[in-house]
Design a protein around this ligand. Structure first.
Ligand SMILES: [Zn+2]
Length: 355
């Protein structure tokens, strides 16, 4: 029986519950077979909480999805570039998701709490309360200048993916390709540099997942905070554009940052394939590699629950104990498991946040 709470670097549960065609009317408070996270399955899986992403799909993409835009190539795939998003629309949509999160907190009757400090996060983990970090995946909703960040900070925002896999006013995201280097485009704009400084000033975590390599290095140079990729894997084992090269992993290690292992099968597997028939050993192999490269203090989980296809041995959030069991079987001791499960996230968030 797993007793270690798992705090997780990325889920798309807010979007899944928000969009009728995704969540199909399921409730966060009732057990469902749809999606990956609800409160009941969260408790079964020992889910201590995580980064709850506010992500805005582009209505102008006219049916663009990662699947429909996908072209199969000789030994992989290429997804045509997603077009940029209207900031005004993004603001309205993301504000809706922020409201959804606070509504969940209110309706949860104390079972879920939006956390703003490392102490609050630790308190939730101790007391079995699901801890939710308000996270934006893509900064379009801030508008063309990063001044709005402070307003959202006051509203509880503590983590910002400055870009998703499409260009915005701040930087270019990395398109989905396999096999491909993450070095796919240009770096930070002037406003992007200002945004990084503003995140540092307020103590908002900067998420490097979905950023192209050039942008990554520019943030690494500029930012004073530990480098963090909330849901990315090792490029050496799965050469998808979304994964991180050894040099990038070394930079994360040297900054005393961390990364969350993504359970999306396409970012785990050596062949980049999309099959749920992906073993837990594949997950363990990624973790082994990342731990070897960056250290046991710099790896955690970043499941991508409710946003990606995950191995059938995990299934949904209730399957988290299976991941811990596979790690135990691979000789990780309890102290190491606690680090991977939540202690590393707590450490990095404490080092990044102002409180
Ligand atoms: Zn993502």
């Amino acid at each position: 029986m797993n007793t270690i709470p798992v705090f997780d670097g990325h889920n798309d549960t807010l979007l899944n519950l928000h969009l009728p065609d995704r969540g199909e009317g399921r409730s966060f408070f009732e057990r469902s077979d749809l999606g990956h996270i609800d409160l009941i399955r969260a408790r079964e899986g020992g889910f201590g909480g995580g980064f709850f992403a506010c992500y805005t799909p582009n209505p102008e993409d006219d049916g663009w999805t990662e699947e429909s835009a996908l072209t199969v190539t000789e030994n992989g795939y290429e997804v045509s570039r997603a077009s940029s998003l209207d900031p005004e629309y993004a603001r309205g949509f993301a504000d809706g998701l922020v409201k959804d999160l606070y509504r969940l907190e209110e309706e949860s009757d104390g079972a879920l709490q939006v956390v703003r400090t490392a102490d609050e996060l630790e308190g939730c983990l101790r007391n079995g309360i699901v801890a939710a970090i308000l996270h934006f995946e893509g900064a379009e909703n801030l508008g063309p200048a990063p001044r709005a960040l402070e307003t959202y900070y006051e509203a509880g925002l503590r983590s910002l993916g400055i870009v998703w896999s499409r260009p915005n006013a701040y930087v270019e995201g990395v398109p989905f390709r396999f096999p491909s280097s993450p070095d796919t485009g240009s770096g930070l704009t002037g406003a992007g540099r200002e945004l990084v400084r503003e995140c540092n000033r307020l103590g908002v975590l900067i998420d490097l997942s979905h950023l192209n390599e050039r942008g990554f290095w520019e943030v690494a140079e500029l930012s004073e905070a530990p480098l963090v990729a909330t849901h990315s894997n090792a490029h050496a084992l799965c050469p998808a554009s979304r994964n991180l090269t050894d040099r990038q992993l070394d930079a994360i290690r040297d900054s005393d940052g961390m990364l969350g292992v993504n359970f999306a099968v396409g970012f785990l597997r050596g062949d980049g394939g999309e099959s749920e028939d992906t073993t837990l050993e594949t997950v363990v192999r990624q973790i082994d590699y990342l731990v070897e490269r960056t250290g046991i203090d710099r790896v955690g989980f970043g499941s991508d629950f409710d946003g990606a296809k995950v191995p059938e041995g995990i299934g949904d959030v209730s399957g988290l104990p299976n991941v811990l069991a596979a790690l135990r079987a691979a000789d990780y001791d309890e102290a190491s498991l606690s680090k991977l499960a939540h202690e590393n996230w707590v450490r990095v968030l404490r080092a990044t946040w102002r409180g």
